[in-house]
Write a protein that binds this ligand. Structure first.
Ligand code: SAM
Length: 271
């Protein structure tokens, strides 16, 4: 069966009661589904992991192009009906559970890196991305759909209003690429906001590496909780301003003006 012959089911037609608390907005636009699967471009020998397969809108087309798919679904009803929905072919592994607590190391077989895909539950997007960053060494790339507003923040450059903690932390670990926007009408039920598909590729070798990653994460979080304050004000009890100046960083700068490299220098000089 060709990809275009696949008709995603509406929750009503599938007899599924939508659970808002699980962020359930099911994709039904075939062109969007095809664009996502084409962006992933699964190849022979890869191990694809889908987070939140739902009613299988992405799962079925992915299964047609890959030999090895693992899905993680929190909703027991959806996980139970997936084999029948996908016409189970033997290479689909269904894990019923919470992706936020899932140890992705358990999926690593030999040295095959994981390719992670998902139209993610928007209500847990940030904690889920931070959870996945811990497994960056095992992951080749990730293709996700989230609220466009969040994707804009992830991909933002310094000196722009969207640049913040999410941009710095994600770009420290990965290269993010905005792929395309998706209107609410592509989903059933439609979300209130526009969505976007993006790619994250974990750095094999980080361009800049903090001496203490936990401290780096803390400092980034601290300065962005007071994003209108200058560094001189938000860090006055933590670091000597002369030290900051000696690094070539203006103490009158605001966090949105700093590059990732400068955040790393700042964090290293606090040690
Ligand atoms: N992939 C389907 C699609 O595109 O139509 C469903 C996407 S829907 C936005 C999000 C899916 O993630 C739902 O199936 C939901 O039950 C599941 N989900 C929600 N929270 C989850 C979690 N913590 N771990 C795994 N799956 C979760």
């Amino acid at each position: 069966m060709s990809l275009s012959a696949f008709e995603p089911l509406s929750p009503k037609a599938a007899g599924h009661q939508v659970r808002k608390r699980f962020g359930q907005n099911f994709l039904h636009d075939q062109q969007i589904i095809e664009r996502i699967v084409n962006a992933v471009a699964p190849q022979t020998g890869e191990h694809i992991v889908e987070i939140g397969p739902g009613l299988g809108a992405l799962t079925v087309p992915l299964l047609r192009r890959t030999e090895h798919l693992t899905v993680l679904e929190l909703d027991r009803d959806l996980a139970d009906r997936l084999p029948a929905r996908t016409g189970f072919t033997g290479h689909l592994t269904i894990v019923q559970g919470d992706a936020l607590r899932f140890d992705f190391k358990t999926l690593q077989q030999q040295s095959t890196p994981l390719r992670v895909v998902g139209n993610l539950p928007y209500n847990i997007s940030t904690p889920l991305l931070f959870h996945l960053l811990q497994f960056g060494d095992l992951i080749e790339d990730m293709h996700f759909m989230l609220q466009k507003e969040v994707v804009d923040r992830i991909t933002a450059a310094p000196n722009t209003p969207d640049y913040g903690r999410l941009s710095v932390m994600l770009q420290y670990h990965c290269v993010p690429t905005f792929l395309f926007a998706v209107p609410p009408g592509a989903f059933n039920p439609p979300p209130k906001v526009t969505s976007a598909v993006f790619r994250l590729v974990p750095h094999r070798q980080k361009p800049v590496q903090a001496k203490d990653q936990a401290r780096f994460a803390r400092i980034v979080s601290h300065v962005f909780t007071q994003r209108r304050k200058t560094l001189r004000n938000s860090l006055k009890n933590q670091v000597d301003m002369e030290k900051i100046t000696a690094l070539g960083i203006d103490p009158m700068a605001r966090p949105e003006n700093l590059t990732i490299e400068q955040f790393v220098m700042l964090s290293d000089c606090l040690i």
